[in-house]
Design a protein around this ligand. Structure first.
Ligand SMILES: [Mg+2]
Length: 257
């Protein structure tokens, strides 16, 4: 057996667990990284009725550019000119989650195939799940209810259903999400992970910025709709990948970070 196949031996073959200090935690972004909506802007169909019901207005929503923002940031930025504060948004968090889930479910019940999986995603998630070195988790601006509906619709949710994920209802500031991800992992494993053990994988400059804010590694992928490679490279990710289609190559790169 070569050293490479030793490194990537499956969990089933591996009888000894690796020390937590060597674990690499993959913090996956969702939109533009794992999946993409089949219709550009499809999220408006559930965002708009949700905002009207919970906050009574959509504010500037229709005029804004949202990529890389958390769902709560989208709501805040849309409503701030109407005098809403982040605190007022988060006071309604429980209602927001409930209405968002209902509106999104109604859309997905009409058409379950709202999203498509991006190239290589199923392969790399399966491989990472089988490799003791890695732990799959989410760092996403999506509200938890939105993340679950989206990932269930493409049969990817089972990779994350038991993970300590960082979701958009944690903060309107994406940078807080990586710090919170660190805390969630420390609590789950009762261990102090080094920030450098975390690898944020995302398609926007904000993903790289939030990784750096926490001290995590950053992998940029070129699969986001409307994202420019030069803007991603300007934030100096550790690695830029056009996509995730070459599973062995991506595993090698992630394990070397
Ligand atoms: Mg994204």
């Amino acid at each position: 057996m070569s050293s490479e196949s030793n490194l990537f031996q499956t969990k089933a073959e591996n009888t000894t667990e690796i020390p937590l200090s060597t674990l690499r935690i993959l913090l996956w972004d969702i939109d533009g990284t794992l999946v993409r909506s089949r219709v550009n802007g499809a999220f408006k169909d559930y965002f708009i009725p949700t905002m009207k019901k919970v906050f009574g207005s959509v504010g500037n929503f229709e005029k804004m550019q949202f990529s890389g923002m958390t769902d709560t940031q989208i709501i805040y930025e849309s409503l701030r000119e109407e005098g809403f504060t982040p605190e007022q948004i988060f006071e309604k968090k429980e209602e927001l989650l409930k209405v968002f889930q209902a509106e999104m479910t109604a859309i997905f019940e009409r058409n379950f195939e709202q999203h498509e999986i991006l190239a290589g995603v199923r392969g790399i998630l399966a491989a990472a799940a089988e490799t003791p070195l890695f732990y799959n988790s989410l760092l996403t601006g999506n509200l938890s209810v939105a993340a679950e509906i989206k990932l269930r619709s493409v049969d990817l949710w089972h990779y994350f259903s038991d993970s300590p994920n960082a979701f958009g209802e944690i903060s309107h500031n994406r940078n807080d999400l990586a710090t919170e991800a660190g805390k969630l992992f420390n609590e789950r494993f009762d261990f102090e992970f080094a920030p450098s053990q975390f690898i944020v994988i995302g398609d926007t400059p904000n993903d790289i910025i939030c990784a750096r804010h926490f001290g995590a590694k950053a992998v940029a992928v070129g699969t986001g709709r409307g994202q420019f490679k030069h803007k991603l490279l300007a934030e100096k990710p550790d690695v830029f990948l056009d996509d995730l289609s070459n599973t062995n190559e991506v595993l090698k790169i992630l394990s070397a970070l």
